[in-house]
Design a binder for this molecule. Structure first.
Ligand SMILES: C[S@@+](CC[C@H](N)C(=O)[O-])C[C@H]1O[C@@H](n2cnc3c(N)ncnc32)[C@H](O)[C@@H]1O
Length: 290
């Protein structure tokens, strides 16, 4: 099945989407709240339901807000970046400087916006549109982490990733146009949107990993568990199966699924398979449990 994706993001849930939407379909909510929205993968692939996208990282939130407010400008600028890039075999390939295009564009963008990680607080261009463009570019052409590894030898792959993003951007921006976009801590967001016709999709950061600009401590997982117990809304939480802390905090999962690792660079790099625990108050394929 083909899904819309805007950026490469650590911990994006592509292989879980089928199971996530099975539960959402069973719950039949009017509103889906993507509490830890990240790359927006779940929000982008939700159709026919009001979406609330949230993330605590203002860099991601700015990117979605700019696409919402200035889709044409973003499209034009991203297209021109792709065209100016001298990718071997790609549009605008400059035979005199083979293989330098994407790296050169990245360098230019970096110069305009400062250096370092796209999410780091000391690295924020004052123009939100420029920042959004840079975030999009970096998260499309990097190889993992927070978009801070630049394309060099793998420029061709980067270019085709970016080209697909540009191709799908009109459809994605059409969807993003109707989102409500929030930039809140999950505790406040859940209190704000908890109602019987809402559905919370919960994909928190991984314990002990510093993948994001804001990561989770044990106390955050405990707060999440407390909030879940008092919800009026339906919810689905997914976490890694092999973390004892989760059994202690959330108890026995509603169901567990095994997924093949798409490549050696994914979440559990040394393993071919990974197990995910799902917690939900919705019975897949049946009525919800409220
Ligand atoms: C596992 S990622 C989500 C990935 C997302 N589901 C996707 O498919 O791209 C977790 C996200 O939670 C965000 N986050 C961390 N702490 C948060 C908090 N206290 N409240 C809301 N979001 C938070 C991080 O910025 C990160 O983007």
């Amino acid at each position: 099945m083909k899904y819309l994706r805007l950026i490469k993001y650590p911990g994006a849930k592509t292989s879980l989407l089928h199971d996530i939407f099975r539960v959402v379909k069973a719950a039949q909510p009017s509103v889906i709240v993507d509490v830890f929205g990240g790359s927006g993968l779940v929000s982008l692939n939700t159709a026919g339901i009001q979406v609330v996208y949230n993330d605590i990282d203002p860099i991601l939130v700015n990117m979605f807000r700019m696409i919402q407010q200035h889709p044409e400008q973003i499209m034009r600028k991203l297209k021109s970046l792709l065209e100016r890039a001298t990718i071997p075999g790609g549009i605008g390939h400059d035979k005199k400087f083979p293989g330098t295009g994407m790296a050169r564009e990245a360098k230019a963008l970096r110069k305009r916006g400062g250096k370092g990680n796209p999410g780091s607080r000391d690295d924020i261009p004052s123009d939100p549109l420029e920042l959004a463009l840079r975030t999009l570019y970096r998260f499309n052409t990097s190889f993992g982490g927070l978009g801070n590894t630049y394309a060099t030898r793998k420029e061709k792959a980067s270019a085709s990733y970016l080209r697909k993003t540009v191709f799908d951007l009109p459809e994605m921006s059409r969807r993003i146009r109707s989102w409500k976009i929030e930039n809140m801590d999950f505790r406040d967001l859940i209190k704000k949107y908890d109602s019987a016709d809402s559905f919370f999709y919960l994909d928190p950061p991984y314990p002990g990993k510093q993948w994001y600009n804001v990561n989770f401590l044990d106390v955050d997982f405990r707060d999440l568990a407390t909030l879940i117990h008092g919800l009026k809304a339906n919810y689905l939480l997914n976490v890694d199966w092999d973390v004892p802390l989760f059994l202690e905090i959330f108890g026995k999962p509603s169901f567990v699924k095994v997924y093949e690792n798409a490549n050696g660079r994914s979440e559990t790099a040394t393993k071919h398979y990974r197990r995910k625990s799902f917690y939900t108050d919705v019975i897949p394929g049946g009525k919800n449990q409220h």
